[in-house]
Design a protein around this ligand. Structure first.
Ligand SMILES: [Fe+2]
Ligand SMILES: [Fe+2]
Length: 192
């Protein structure tokens, strides 16, 4: 009977330990990919602002989102150092691809720029949501940071919707292409 009790409590303790500790490898992947994603996001908005100008009506709306992305990337730059994570080797690619995506959609018009925001922010917001469940009790601070950023990304998504993103001609196609591009970028940035 005693033996049985010990075994049960041991199992319970092991389960608690498992929950409280984040897998180191997963933690590094999370920081690497989020750093890459936030960097890409800053470059997308840079590209859009370069086309619209930051003093235009749409430019000011985009600047609000860009300011939040700046806060996000600065947070992950600190986390990269703190946790000694190697940044993705693909940053130079995301630098160019992000800016090009932002500038191209902006050149297609204000609605297309917002369609880009909706697609990108949806993928990033969902990705943050998934990550929160991978973090254990030893990473409470990071978990709350991720939850806060998830909220910001969903706000950006909603700003895009409110600015007629879905009225972009060919919205469904454009949205699918951008989402697929983002998901691919996430997959490769975790590893490379
Ligand atoms: Fe962000
Ligand atoms: Fe965002």
């Amino acid at each position: 009977m005693t033996k049985r009790k010990i075994t049960k409590s041991k199992i319970k303790k092991e389960k608690t330990d498992y929950k409280s500790k984040t897998d180191k490898h997963i933690l590094k992947e999370i920081i690497r990919v989020d750093h890459a994603g936030e960097y890409g996001a800053t470059r997308i908005y840079d590209g859009q602002i370069a086309v619209f100008g930051k003093n235009s009506k749409i430019g000011k709306i985009i600047q609000h989102m860009a300011d939040q992305e700046q806060e996000h990337i600065e947070t992950f730059e600190k986390l990269i150092i703190q946790h000694r994570v190697r940044p993705t080797a693909l940053l130079p690619l995301w630098n160019i691809a992000g800016f090009a995506l932002g500038a191209t959609t902006a050149l297609m018009g204000e609605k297309a720029a917002m369609a880009c925001t909706v697609s990108v922010e949806k993928v990033i917001g969902d990705h943050y949501k998934q990550q929160a469940s991978l973090l254990g009790n030893d990473q409470k601070k990071l978990k709350s940071t991720i939850k806060k950023f998830e909220k910001d990304e969903l706000e950006h998504h909603d700003i895009g919707i409110a600015h007629d993103a879905k009225k972009t001609p060919g919205y469904n196609f454009l949205s699918k292409v951008i989402s697929l591009g983002c998901k691919t970028a996430i997959t490769v940035s975790k590893k490379i």
